[in-house]
Design a protein around this ligand. Structure first.
Ligand code: FAD
Ligand code: PYC
Length: 412
């Protein structure tokens, strides 16, 4: 430890505030964003920065970033299956790569490479399919064989005697992890510097309408009017949409995750196994960040279960037998809003001036920057740009779904 650091500890100076202190709610804003997760905060930032719309309030019922943004396993990638999905997530990866500089906030972006293991012929076929779609759209992904997997991750159990031997993998070099809280704080701080108001502990309890037009929200701190409203509430999408009698094609299912005690760094790439229902990366602190399938039933609860942990650990040991004896340190859960096609819902709704960002299931952290940027554009211009137009709510009525189930890292 340097002397300067020790001296700093004794000088009694308080750290600078990252976020501004609380302020009263105004009677009206140009834009109200319901939900202070990464998506809501990013949208507020791009509204102010790209479109000069600064009279914006983000209303968050708890604390900023305390929802799924602070609960995810922070994996960023664009190795999707459909052309619409690949193009959309590729823009997000590109925005993530320069986000620390853009926000002047270190989001600890760490490019690790992403391996989706294939244990069956069907999984090899899907991996090849994804690799071809990715390459066609300029995204680096390829199908690799076990010797190449061993070179990238020598610690993996590649024995042919394993219960599910590894036959190959989809390798996606740009796959990365980031510090999820820092993404929320970085967007919040940058938005606040541009004049956006951030209101934690402000719960939206109703939406005020005039005919078919949304004109404001009711909150636990009173009624506030707005020129436009965006709902970006992840696991609460159906409940908030119900305030306008809007039905969404969404089921809400808990998704759990956990971390191990810190270990000496040994795992560089992110590893996903669909057959074993497990994914794992090693954080910069040395903890193994692990998750698996969603819970087996819809539920509004973020409790953790022993059943999940036991299943996950037994599968971890099939991939990394030498980890027997390592302890799990923390376990938690978030609420995944699952759509039938495993793709999000973004853009206009049947209610005028009411925009939606929902259906982020188990895959929305990686979309935080692109979602914010393109929804800000949608609100500013009144028209969804071509990158997000395919993800409109009315695709379910028109039967033009964007099937991404085969590219979800999480089992279902
Ligand atoms: P949130 O961060 O949940 O923000 C929504 C906010 O709305 C919340 O803070 C909530 O309090 C607030 N809110 C709700 N109702 C109201 C109301 N009435 N009034 C005011 N505020 C309200 N995605 C990936 O891409 N990669 C991953 O590795 C990954 N891993 C995951 C692991 C787990 C365990 C979980 C649960 C999810 C994971 N995800 C992952 C998905 C990802 O976390 C989410 O899709 C993403 O965080 C959604 O961001 P958001 O800003 O929309 O939601
Ligand atoms: O979408 O890559 C992902 C993911 C990994 C874990 C949860 N979601």
């Amino acid at each position: 430890m340097s002397l300067a650091l020790i001296a700093e500890g004794f000088c009694g100076r308080r750290p600078e505030r990252i976020l501004p202190a609380a302020c009263p709610l105004r009677e009206r804003y140009d834009v109200i964003i319901i939900g202070g997760g990464g998506h809501g905060l990013a949208t507020a930032y791009y509204l102010a920065k790209d479109h000069g719309i600064r009279n914006v309030a983000v209303l968050e019922k708890g604390y900023l970033g305390g929802g799924n943004t602070g609960r995810n396993t922070a994996i960023v990638r664009s190795n999707y299956l459909t052309a619409e999905g690949v193009a959309f997530y590729a823009e997000s990866v590109s925005l993530f790569q320069s986000l620390s500089n853009e926000l002047d906030f270190n989001i600890m972006y760490s490019e690790r490479g992403h391996l989706t293991l294939a244990h069956t012929d069907a999984a090899i076929r899907t991996a090849r399919w994804r690799a071809e779609v990715n390459k066609h759209l300029g995204v680096r992904s390829e199908l690799i064989d076990p010797p190449e997997i061993a070179r990238l991750c020598p610690q993996l159990n590649l024995s042919s005697k394993a219960r599910y031997p590894i036959l190959g993998a989809l390798y996606h070099p740009p796959g990365a992890i980031a510090r999820h809280d820092a993404v929320a704080w970085g967007y919040a701080a940058a938005a606040a510097r541009l004049g956006v108001e951030l209101h934690p502990e402000t719960e939206v309890t109703g939406v005020v309408k005039q005919g078919n037009r949304a004109i404001g929200v009711e909150t636990n701190r009173g009624t506030v009017h707005a020129g436009a409203i965006l709902q970006a509430v992840a696991g609460s999408s159906s409940r908030v949409a119900a305030m306008l009698d809007l039905r969404l094609p969404i089921r809400t299912i808990p998704l759990q995750a956990c971390v191990s005690q810190p270990l000496k760094p040994f795992l560089d790439p992110i590893i996903v196994s669909g057959s074993l229902h497990i994914y794992v990366s090693q954080s910069t602190r040395g903890e193994l960040v692990m998750g698996g399938a969603t819970d087996p039933y819809p539920l509004y609860s973020s409790r953790s279960t022993l059943e999940f942990k036991e299943g996950l650990m037994s599968h971890m040991l099939e991939l990394f037998p030498f980890l027997a004896g390592v302890k799990v340190m923390r376990q938690w859960a978030g609420l995944a809003d699952m759509t039938p096609d495993f793709s999000p819902v973004m853009g206009l709704t049947p209610v005028e001036n009411y925009f939606i960002d929902a259906g982020w299931g188990t895959w929305g952290f990686k979309a935080t920057p692109v979602c914010g940027k393109r929804l800000a554009e949608t609100i500013a211009t009144g028209k969804p740009p071509s990158l997000i137009a395919p993800f409109a709510l009315d695709r379910f009525a028109d039967f033009v779904q964007i099937g991404e189930r085969g590219a979800a890292s999480v089992g279902h």
